[in-house]
Design a protein around this ligand. Structure first.
Ligand code: ATP
Ligand code: MG
Length: 164
C-alpha cells in the first residue's frame, strides 16, 4: 500500500542535499527513486545528496547532465541517475528505458539504486515496477529558497524515516 512516508521542508539547497544524503545512507539497492517536480525545484540537488550518502566515488560528476540521459556512478552500491527533462514521451518509448533496466542492468537491477528526474513522464513504465521497490519523491517550490519534499511509497519503508 502506497502512502505518504515523510514530508520535509527545506530552507536552502544545503538542507535539501542533506535530506538526500540521509536517504542515500539508508536506502538499500533495488530501489527506484522517482523524482517529480518543476524546473529548479531541487531534484538534482537532492540526488547529489543521495550520491553522497551512497558514497559515490565521483561525487562532482553527479549533476544535471546536458546531453546525457543516463549516468552511472560507483559507490557503496552502483548508482544510476536518469534525467528525462529533454526527452519526449515518444522518444522515451523508442529509447526502451524498460529494456535498459532489464538488459543493461539485467539481473543485477536489484543491486542498483536508480534515481529518475522528471519521473512523472514515465508513470506508465513505473507503474509496472513492483510498488514496494519504488519511492516517489515530490518537490514543490514554496518560495525562492523554500522547498517541500514529500516521499510516498510502500509502508514497509516508513521505518527508514523514523529519525529524519
Ligand atoms: N531549498 C532548496 N532546495 C534545493 N535547491 C534550492 C533550494 N533553495 C534554493 N535552491 C536553488 O534552486 C536550484 C535547484 O536546482 P536543481 O538543479 O537542484 O533543480 P532541479 O529540480 O533538478 O531542476 P531541473 O528541473 O532543471 O532539473 C539551485 O540553484 C539551488 O541552489
Ligand atoms: Mg535537475
Amino acid at each position: 500500500m502506497t502512502g505518504l512516508l515523510v514530508e520535509w521542508k527545506t530552507k536552502n539547497a544545503k538542507e535539501t542535499c542533506k535530506k538526500g544524503e540521509f536517504l542515500g545512507r539508508k536506502i538499500p539497492p533495488g530501489v527506484i527513486l522517482a523524482l517529480e517536480g518543476d524546473l529548479g525545484s531541487g531534484k538534482t540537488t537532492f540526488i547529489q545528496g543521495v550520491g553522497k550518502g551512497l558514497e559515490v566515488t565521483d561525487l562532482e560528476e553527479v549533476r544535471s547532465p546536458t546531453f546525457t540521459l543516463i549516468q552511472e556512478h560507483l559507490g557503496k552500491f552502483p548508482f544510476c541517475h536518469v534525467d528525462l527533462y529533454r526527452i519526449s514521451w515518444d522518444e522515451i518509448k523508442n529509447l526502451g528505458l524498460e529494456e535498459y533496466w532489464k538488459t543493461s542492468l539485467g539481473n543485477s537491477q536489484n543491486q542498483w539504486v536508480i534515481a529518475i528526474e522528471w519521473a512523472q513522464k514515465i508513470k506508465e513504465i513505473l507503474n509496472k515496477e513492483q510498488e514496494e521497490n519504488l519511492l516517489i519523491i515530490k518537490f514543490e517550490t514554496l518560495s525562492f529558497q523554500e522547498r517541500k519534499i514529500s516521499i510516498l511509497g510502500n509502508r514497509k519503508w516508513k521505518k527508514i524515516f523514523k529519525k529524519s
